[in-house]
Design a protein around this ligand. Structure first.
Ligand code: MTE
Ligand code: MO
Length: 203
């Protein structure tokens, strides 16, 4: 274990060291960039984080409003389905729970579709979306999140393969019936748990 004092919230996922690296993953100190298509240039003046669908309060936050929500720091690990993992990423941003409390999903909501600027999206169950280490991050290791890594704002979902961590996040659609996201439509797994190696559908 590192000698760092636990000032920050540690992701609750897999604290046990011997089980920390999911099966068939390789640890890298680098941080590869994986993007389908162009890296967008997001304008902060027109940026919105919009929550809609089966909710009591359909609402959108401007960048200023988003930045004035309570902020958290979480240290968590990245596991990409292409088999690289990167430990101890320090994220700063807004916890998913802050958004949920304000949007108030209706009782029938069971899934969330997370939407990016440009059309990319990924689906996950609501029960996973509420985990306390999930956040809308705008800083990584003390610096503003780089554009190629999803800046100004991306989701971080440590307990799932990293394709579920949508870069350039702009929307949350609350659903009672699940739909497949971008990679899920091409055969990636609907769940994506790295410890169960849920990489592709049908295995
Ligand atoms: N908007 C958007 N988000 C995205 C992607 C993408 O192409 N577009 N790629 C996903 C995939 S497959 C991975 S592995 C991670 C890569 O994040 P990184 O480039 O910061 O390492 O972002 C995920 N989020
Ligand atoms: Mo990926």
């Amino acid at each position: 274990m590192s000698g760092r004092e636990p000032l920050l919230q540690r992701s609750g996922v897999k604290k046990v060291e011997e089980n920390r690296l999911p099966p068939n993953q390789v640890l890298t100190p680098k941080w590869p960039v994986l993007t389908h298509g162009e890296i967008p240039e997001v304008n902060l003046d027109t940026w919105r984080l919009h929550g809609w669908g089966r909710v009591r309060n359909d609402r959108a936050w401007t960048w200023e409003e988003f930045r004035s929500l309570p902020q958290v720091e979480v240290v968590s690990d990245i596991h990409c389905v292409t088999r690289w993992s990167r430990y101890d990423n320090r994220w700063r941003g807004v916890a998913s729970r802050e958004i949920l409390e304000r949007v108030q999903p209706l009782p029938e909501v069971r899934f969330v579709m997370v939407h990016a600027h440009g059309g990319y999206c990924a689906n996950l169950p609501l029960e996973q979306f509420v985990a306390e280490d999930i956040l809308f991050a705008h800083e990584h290791d003390g610096k503003p999140l780089a554009r190629e890594h999803g800046g100004p704002c991306r989701m971080v979902v440590p307990q799932l393969y990293f394709w579920k961590s949508v870069k350039w996040v702009v929307g949350l659609e609350f659903l009672s019936v699940e739909r497949a996201g971008f990679w899920e439509q091409y055969g990636y797994h609907m769940r994506g748990n790295p410890w169960a190696e849920e990489r592709f559908q049908g295995r």
